[in-house]
Design a protein. Structure first.
Length: 405
């Protein structure tokens, strides 16, 4: 077991667990369970006061940084990291991304001759769609390339991201493909009756084991350009008259909501597409349980969590071929993968599942078995332990020499 310093940017770990949606606290505590000491530097929550240091377990401490903006956070994170390394005999540094947290981690590791591990949890580096979103992303992309040459090990969340690093000259033996530890317990027992009652008027039908013949397609996503919801609307419009009673339920909010409502109306879908808005995380199991199929129409992802959550809920998925899809979906067995931007292919796969409920249910059960094996906590914890032990073993030799190139 080693002493690890991690640099992240998720402020929720600095909040009381009862105030946080999702399983951030449980995940970080599990990481701590395989470490001798675990120190995490992260952003402080935007409102309220938090101590300069929080102890969440006997061997796990969080240091929230109150500075705002990238530059302020970078400076504070580095200074905090230097202090922790001096006081706690840290053996390795890990960062949440290869950008600002990556630079902070490098500056901490470089001063004390420690090995650096970079994490890649999104399909961002060298992605033209991501690069086009904001002008400064190009600078971050250059930074990522610079840091990659100086890291000892790498953690990715998809096979596609692993191959990207290999193309950039990283040795496969220095890359670990590890999805995030997740607690799927709540998704194994979801009850969708209330959701179907609300949106499809199926009072009591699920409880009675009956079906009205209505079909519910679910999208859980932020309403931003990355998710390419216009393509999904075109696919839904192209299902044909046979599926005119199907409903598309969109859970999520974002700046494109009004525009998407107008697009749906223009396609004649105003009565068949429901914008439910944002839903609390603890309510999502009911939505997954209520649907017949989950869809993901994104242009790019890291490893979309919704695919795994739907699978744990025993629901088949139809997803575009984004990074992570081939890791989560066994194409043709637990769901389908279609080309990015191809509304006709999306419509075709949806018709196949909406028209054959028995087939959809069978694929959903296979999806659950697959995802529970893929996200086995024991397997993932063993993988993270190996990653960090290997990083620490690199010692001073790895710092600045790019041993994995």
């Amino acid at each position: 077991m080693i002493r690890l310093l991690a640099v992240g940017n998720d402020p929720t770990i600095a909040l009381p667990a009862r105030e946080v949606q999702g399983d951030t606290h449980q995940r970080q505590l599990r990481y701590a369970s395989i470490l001798e000491h675990y120190h995490l530097i992260t952003r402080a929550p935007p409102s309220g006061s938090v101590p300069a240091r929080l102890q969440l377990a006997h061997n796990f401490w969080v240091s929230p940084c109150r500075s705002r903006g990238m530059a302020g956070y970078l400076v504070e994170a580095v200074r905090t990291g230097w202090r922790i390394v001096r006081e706690e005999n840290i053996q390795a540094v890990s960062t949440q991304d290869p950008f600002i947290t990556g630079l902070a981690g490098y500056l901490i590791a470089q001063r004390y001759g420690l090995p650096l591990s970079l994490q890649f949890v999104a399909d961002a580096v060298d992605n033209p769609l991501w690069l086009a979103e904001k002008p400064y992303y190009r600078a971050l992309n250059l930074l990522a390339h610079w840091l990659i040459r100086r890291a000892a090990t790498f953690r990715v969340v998809s096979a596609a991201e692993k191959q990207k690093l290999v193309r950039l000259g990283v040795s496969e033996q220095c890359i670990w493909n590890l999805p995030s530890l997740s607690d799927f317990g709540r998704f194994l027992q979801g009850n969708g009756q209330a959701v179907r009652n609300k949106y499809l008027r199926e009072e009591g039908s699920l409880a009675a084991g009956k079906h009205t013949g209505k079909r519910l397609v679910l999208l859980v996503a932020r309403l931003v350009p990355q998710k390419d919801v216009p393509m999904l609307l075109r696919a839904f419009a192209g299902l044909g008259e046979e599926y005119s009673s199907a409903t598309l339920l969109i859970v999520g909010s974002g700046p494109l909501e009004q525009e998407l409502k107008e697009r749906a109306a223009a396609l004649g879908l105003a009565s068949r597409v429901i914008f439910a808005g944002a839903v609390a995380y603890d309510q999502l199991p009911a939505y997954y349980a209520a649907c017949d199929v989950l869809v993901l129409s994104s242009l790019y992802e890291g490893n979309a969590r919704v695919l795994a959550e739907a699978a744990a809920s025993a629901r088949p998925v139809v997803s575009t071929a984004v990074s992570g899809a081939v890791d989560t979906i066994v194409d043709g067995k637990t769901g389908y993968i279609v080309p990015i931007g191809d509304s006709a292919a999306m419509a075709g796969r949806l018709r196949g599942l909406l028209g054959d409920r028995a087939r959809a249910m069978s694929m959903g059960e296979k999806a659950r078995a697959h995802i529970l094996d893929l996200y086995s906590p024991d397997r993932l914890l063993a993988g993270f332990s190996e990653l960090w032990e290997t990083t620490a073993a690199c010692g001073k030799k790895a710092q600045g020499q790019g041993l994995c190139q």
